[in-house]
Ligand binder design. Structure first.
Ligand code: HEM
Length: 145
């Protein structure tokens, strides 16, 4: 496996995850503001797919980080990893925040799967996960600017 293939796969999944998260938020809002607060099939499916894409992305990202990334290796060797804000964001903050978000989404997905009614604490957990993703997302690297 070559670094560029992994990076392209990571980029591809990034678009998919943005889409999945948008659908997930719509499903969450529909359930929250629905009369019954009953967890719908739509919410269950959207949280499941978001979690599956996220886990795949985490595996690709971790393999890339520890085994392939020339940038991460160079940053470590030069001693600039934590000193340079861009390097720190890409190789430390991005992976850490995304892993925390993946854990939160996994918990939320489990709760939605095994319960009938929505609980506010799970909604907050889901919103924290989404906020972490939006903060740690590599917007500039994916969309330029
Ligand atoms: C969960 C654990 C994750 C890890 C460990 C991880 C790791 C990485 C690493 C190491 C890079 C830089 C690659 C390099 O230039 O050497 C990177 C870039 C990137 N990651 Fe992640 N990532 C994770 C999750 C995510 C998620 C969930 C998304 C999208 C929602 C995402 C989107 C991106 C994007 C768009 C880039 C920029 C790609 C580019 O510059 O071409 N990552 N990630």
């Amino acid at each position: 496996m070559d670094f560029n293939i992994m990076l392209q796969a990571h980029r591809g999944f990034a678009y998919l995850i943005l889409l999945a998260i948008a659908v997930f938020i719509v499903a969450l809002l529909m359930t929250m503001f629905g009369y019954s607060g009953k967890i719908s099939k739509f919410l269950r499916k959207s949280s499941l797919f978001t979690m599956i894409f996220f886990h795949t992305q985490a595996v690709i990202g971790l393999i890339m980080l520890f085994f392939f990334s020339p940038g991460f290796k160079a940053a470590k060797e030069s001693g600039m990893l934590m000193k340079d804000s861009i390097l720190r964001n890409t190789y430390v903050e991005h992976p850490t925040a995304m892993i925390i978000a993946a854990i939160l989404l996994t918990i939320v997905n489990k709760k939605f799967k095994t319960n009938e009614k929505l609980n506010m604490s799970w909604v907050i957990m889901a919103l924290i996960a989404v906020a972490l993703v939006l903060w740690a997302f590599q917007w500039k690297r994916l969309f330029g600017g």
